[in-house]
Design a binder for this molecule. Structure first.
Ligand code: HEC
Ligand code: HEC
Length: 286
């Protein structure tokens, strides 16, 4: 269906210094996703004030093979990160002689639904924390261990493991806590600000050109509900801030640091844009 539409679509292209957005459109597939028998919400009514009527999971925009790989845990290479995360969960580290399990016991119970509500406001640091930063907080304050370096394989694995405990749970963040609304506002501003040599904003691709093709990629709404994600491209896991940085790099703009205020604000705002979609971690992308 996707291919058919692409072939019959108009061939005209807009070429912008190397980045071509084809005007050929393809609808997201009309299909349902179950992962190991658990139904996923891949389409949800958008929250009030959202530019779309319906929020759509990136899964709906991928090729059949990629979709099938995500639907079957045995086939999903992202499950190795979940397994590694489970190992770390039970491993003692740091000066206090504790593991995550020493305090949180069985993650299947203590972490159920938790990943669906991040980023969350942290009064102590007066900032929103994502799962990666909450893990670091526990490592430093509750274990006497070092925070992870950005994109350390163990940071990605543990984040994947925690988010996976919310598989199927609809994303919902609480904007009423602390200054979350201010961070949402900042994130929204960043989302619509055109930057880089190519003068693109996030919205240029994920809102204005949603459903179109850029190179061989079918542009989705750029939702975050499947992160960390397994990518065939790099044959490995990709964290959310890595993905944000990659998208920004593609516009030839300067990349903000991972966990910088700018990317945390974007995470708050973009997570809100996917309100109601199930957590699909680890999702599979090309
Ligand atoms: C000594 C006990 C202790 C250890 C060890 C510990 N934590 Fe925590 N953790 C807490 C406490 C207390 C809280 C709640 C207060 C806070 O946010 O710090 C918490 C909160 C969390 C939360 C947020 C839960 C929510 O509902 O938002 C996550 C996620 C988490 N911990 C993950 C981990 C991980 C992963 C590890 C191992 C790397 C770990 N913790 C180690 C005590 C601990
Ligand atoms: C030049 C076009 C372009 C711009 C600008 C762009 N992206 Fe992307 N983005 C892509 C493409 C292509 C993909 C992979 C296909 C897809 O899922 O849309 C992608 C994927 C994503 C994904 C993963 C979606 C999933 O389901 O796995 C997220 C999240 C994302 N982008 C966020 C952003 C944010 C935030 C910005 C602004 C900082 C941004 N993007 C700017 C092209 C762009």
């Amino acid at each position: 269906m996707e291919r058919l539409k692409l072939l019959t679509g108009t061939a005209a292209c807009v070429v912008l210094t190397g980045l071509a957005i084809a005007t050929a459109m393809a609808d997201p597939v009309d299909d349902t996703l179950e992962i190991d028998g658990v139904p996923m919400i891949t389409k949800a009514p958008a929250p009030e004030g959202h530019p779309f009527e319906e929020v759509l999971s990136g899964w709906l925009f991928r090729e059949a093979e990629t979709r099938a790989t995500e639907a079957e845990s045995f086939a999903n290479p992202g499950m190795f990160a979940v397994e590694r995360g489970a190992e770390i969960w039970g491993t003692v580290e740091g000066t206090m002689g504790k593991s995550c399990a020493s305090c949180h016991n069985d993650a299947a119970e203590s972490m159920k639904g938790v990943g669906a509500s991040y980023p969350k406001w942290d009064a102590k640091s007066n900032k929103p924390l994502n799962v990666e930063l909450q893990i670091d907080k526990c490592r430093v304050e509750n274990m006497g261990a070092e925070p992870y370096k950005f994109d350390d394989a163990d940071q990605v694995a543990l984040t994947t493991y925690i988010k996976h405990q919310s598989l199927g749970t609809p994303v919902k963040i609480d904007l009423s806590q602390g200054d979350m609304q201010t961070w949402w506002d900042k994130g929204k501003e960043a989302y619509y600000t055109r930057t880089g040599q190519l003068n693109f904003a996030c919205a240029s691709c994920h809102e204005g050109a949603m459903g179109k093709y850029i190179r061989a990629d079918h542009l989705s709404q750029g939702q975050v509900n499947g992160f960390p994600t397994y990518r065939f491209n790099t044959a490995g896991m990709v964290s959310l801030h890595n993905r944000f940085r990659g998208c920004i790099r593609d516009t030839r703009a300067e990349m903000p640091k991972a966990f910088s205020d700018e990317l945390m604000a974007l995470e708050v705002y973009v997570t809100w844009r996917g309100t109601g979609l199930s957590v699909e971690t680890p999702s599979v992308r090309q």
